[in-house]
Write a protein that binds this ligand. Structure first.
Ligand code: URA
Length: 206
């Protein structure tokens, strides 16, 4: 089974986009189950599911909130403006998006880009846990307060971004969402500094 079989790749997509859709087992089965998932009302609004993309053996996993319009169109995470900023940050520490694994807390776009509801987050959590188990990353960077709240439900992002905690054998670092840095220019330097911390940690855990 390939992504083409369930219509994830848009007809006529350029080669570099095909590259981003390249997925291997065991993700193929998982992505198919996500594509068929009817578990919450987000299923009614989606064009495409957005399961995740990148390396199944990466030491670093990035978890955003939920797909936006562009992601919903293409079935890939972080391919809009936030994604461009994220790629720039990754490049600044010598990583491309294919080197890391990128996903979201919910795999379908919430209408009007609203925050996902807790029932939707819970309905999608088994998929996220499966992804974490498959990739088995040394480090997880949560992007924004929604994904942060999975590990740090009672914390404020302004207080704990860039700090690393070891939880269940993994290093978890909360970070600001790229969209927050795009909205508020003064956060860009903070995000850049937090990415440098990721680079340092990954070097130390080599
Ligand atoms: N924002 C997110 O949280 N995830 C995406 O995939 C795109 C924008």
């Amino acid at each position: 089974m390939t992504t083409e079989d369930w219509g994830q790749i848009p007809i006529g997509a350029p080669d570099d986009l095909h590259q981003l859709y390249k997925i291997e087992q065991p993700f193929i089965d998982l992505y198919k189950r996500i594509a068929d998932c009817p578990a919450c009302e987000l299923a009614r609004f989606r064009s495409k599911t957005v399961p995740g993309s990148g390396s199944k053996t990466s030491k670093l996993m990035l978890i955003g909130e939920g797909p936006g319009q562009k992601e919903d169109e293409l079935g890939l995470p972080f391919v809009g403006r936030s994604g461009q900023f994220l790629e720039k940050m990754l490049l600044s520490i010598g990583l491309s998006r294919q080197d890391v694994y990128i996903t979201n807390v919910v795999k379908c776009r919430p209408p009007d880009n609203r925050d996902p509801h807790s029932q939707e987050i819970n309905a999608c959590d088994n998929f996220l846990q499966e992804q974490i188990a498959i990739v088995n990353p040394t480090m997880i960077a949560t992007l924004g307060r929604i994904s942060m709240s999975i590990w740090f439900p009672n914390e404020k992002i302004s207080q704990i971004h860039g700090e690393v905690k070891r939880i269940d054998g993994r290093l978890i670092m909360p970070m600001y969402h790229p969209a927050a840095a795009l909205r508020n220019g003064s956060l860009r330097k903070t995000v850049q500094e937090d990415f440098l911390k990721i680079e340092k940690i990954l070097m130390e855990t080599k």
